[in-house]
Design a protein around this ligand. Structure first.
Ligand code: NA7
Length: 537
């Protein structure tokens, strides 16, 4: 029984999003392991279960943001190029129909502690409501946004209107008609909430600390026929996505920005801009994220295009300043449809909270440091997450000496291959720290790492290995590799959640592997060949 007080299983997976479901399917259905999933939410889907705020939508176009499993894509049809959250939920219902996952998922089950018992060589995992599971392998598939971030503003609890963090949005929606809405934060989430609520609310005021250098989404309706027609190419599309840096259908072009003439550059930028989506970010010149002069060209093009869409000069200078607020693409650009036009409307506003930070949330609204108090009916907190590491630090994981992972990772993050940790034998994680995570398409990352984890577990079984553990040296080397790769890029110079810089007190370090999926896969596969960097017992 999946909900047993004392659950015995070969593999315990935590999280039933893209990662957990993929692992369960491969380990259970292809390799015959006994597998269970513990999931804190009430349904499959991970972030698409939690994210039901207005406008929540995936920023990766069909058919890239989905499983490469033919069994799943064969009979599935999307209605839009960039699907919204409710369609992603339907996708997971379809996944359930095809893969029959749920019988092995315990929902409403939050893990609060886990430690490897060296005498039995099994993980002992406890849940919030007092159940215990024993498993030979533990896999954390909790995603990179499992722990919410709330800044500690004075008076946060005193607001008498409605206030929701984006990932706690009421499932059945909130009627914003006639309401004055504040959106705090301009990450992908804040941009989507502002753009969508502006269509119905009386007013929307965005509190922006850093401008999001948004790219045009160019949403499109999709027909069943055109998708059916394209499906003959899907196997090749999915094979190809693993050969690209970020696991997409496109890749950086092998040319440097300043090698082209100004006209050629303008023409390429225009082409990428018209294509929409992430192309202007990830299908551009190969030096854009490495060279400041190259990056300036991208920023200037972005600013020219975006400023032209905003008629109010004050708003224009806040949303799309002439002076680059940070190097282009070193914070996650959101895709937008009419974000700028919506905020340009007279009833809507944008407040620059870098210039005048939020000082207090009151019973009726928000006070900024210039003494101005603005009243609202609803405050949307789009302030993000303790991204990448926060979730795993929050699960009560302890190493074999009883030292919490939160302590091990207090001054920085140590892992091997972004999937294993010294002191945590037979534990794997994916779509987390020091993997391609934030620099890749989620399903691509999950499949690269998931396949590796599946093969590692199969190899352990085949070789009679009862305990697989990364060495300390291997961790040090991996951390160095992650840092070196990042230091060649422009990412370290920008305060972003990629660098742990969004949560006060969090160590500043690169949290993601910046070498791209093909190189990452090669490194992981080499290590697997002869257990390089591991101790096996
Ligand atoms: P993000 O991208 O972390 O965005 C959070 C936003 O909240 C960001 O604009 C922050 O400004 C802002 N923020 C955070 N703390 C404050 C304070 N104290 N004052 C003002 N503004 C603040 O989270 P999202 O949910 O939008 O997106 C998460 C990822 O999920 C996304 O990148 C996708 O990959 C999917 P800052 O930029 O730090 O100045």
């Amino acid at each position: 029984d999946t909900y047993a007080d004392n659950l015995e299983t070969d593999v315990l997976i935590v999280g039933a999003g893209f990662g957990g479901v993929y692992l369960l399917h491969r380990l259970r259905d292809e390799l015959g392991f006994k597998c269970k999933i513990y999931e804190a939410g009430k349904e499959l889907g991970g972030i698409w279960h939690w994210n039901c705020y207005p406008g929540a939508r995936v920023d990766t176009g069909v058919p890239i943001y989905e499983y490469s499993l033919e069994k799943v894509w064969k009979d599935w049809t999307w209605t839009e190029k960039y699907p919204g959250w409710s369609e992603l939920r339907k996708y997971f219902a379809h996944v359930e129909q095809q893969l029959d996952v749920k019988k092995d998922v315990a929902f409403d089950t939050r893990v609060v502690s886990a430690q490897f018992d060296t005498s039995s060589s099994k993980w002992v995992v406890r849940t919030e409501d007092g159940r215990t599971a024993h498993a030979r392998y533990l896999i954390n598939a909790i995603g990179f946004a499992a722990k919410r971030h709330f800044p500690d503003w004075k008076g946060l609890d005193s607001f008498k209107g409605e206030m929701y963090h984006s990932s706690f949005w009421p499932e059945h929606g909130v009627d914003v008609k006639g309401k004055h809405v504040a959106v705090i934060g301009t990450g992908s989430t804040g941009v989507q909430i502002a753009q969508e609520t502006a269509k119905e609310a009386s007013s929307v005021t965005v509190f922006q600390r850093t401008p999001n250098l948004c790219l045009p989404m160019r949403q499109a309706k999709l027909t069943r026929e055109e998708q059916q027609e394209r499906k003959k190419d899907y196997p090749e599309i999915y094979r190809h996505r693993m050969t690209t840096f970020a696991g997409f259908q496109f890749d950086f072009i092998k040319r440097k920005t300043l090698d082209d003439s100004a006209e050629e550059r303008e023409a390429l930028f225009e082409k990428l801009w018209q294509a929409g989506g992430f192309e202007f970010w990830l299908a551009t010149y190969e030096d854009m994220l490495f060279d400041k002069a190259a990056n300036d060209e991208a920023y200037n093009f972005w600013a020219k295009k975006t400023r032209a869409r905003i008629s109010d000069p004050r708003k224009r200078d806040i949303l799309a300043p002439l002076k680059q607020p940070h190097t282009f693409g070193t914070k996650r650009p959101s895709l937008e449809q009419d974000y700028y036009e919506q905020l340009d409307k007279p009833q809507n506003d944008v407040v620059d909270v870098k210039a005048t930070p939020i000082e207090e949330i009151t019973e009726t609204g928000i006070t900024t440091s210039d003494g101005k108090h603005r009243e609202f009916d609803l405050i949307a907190l789009a302030t993000g997450f303790d991204s990448v590491t926060g979730g795993m630090k929050n699960m009560g994981l302890k190493d074999t000496d009883g030292v919490p992972l939160s302590e091990k990772w207090q001054m920085g993050t140590w892992s091997y291959l972004g999937m294993t940790c010294n002191g945590f034998p037979n534990m794997f994680f994916l779509y987390g720290a020091q993997g391609p995570t934030a620099f890749s398409n989620g399903p691509s990352c999950v499949e690269v790492q998931g396949d590796w984890i599946v093969d590692a577990i199969a190899k352990c079984k085949q070789e009679g290995v009862s305990r697989l553990e990364a060495t300390k040296d291997a961790e040090e080397e991996w951390r160095q590799k992650v840092t070196d790769l990042s230091n060649k890029t422009l990412f370290p110079g920008t305060s972003s959640w990629y660098m742990g810089a969004n949560v006060p007190g969090k160590p500043r370090e690169q949290l993601n592997y910046a070498g791209g999926i093909p190189l990452y896969e090669k490194e992981c596969r080499t290590a697997l060949e002869n257990w390089q960097g591991f101790v096996t017992v």
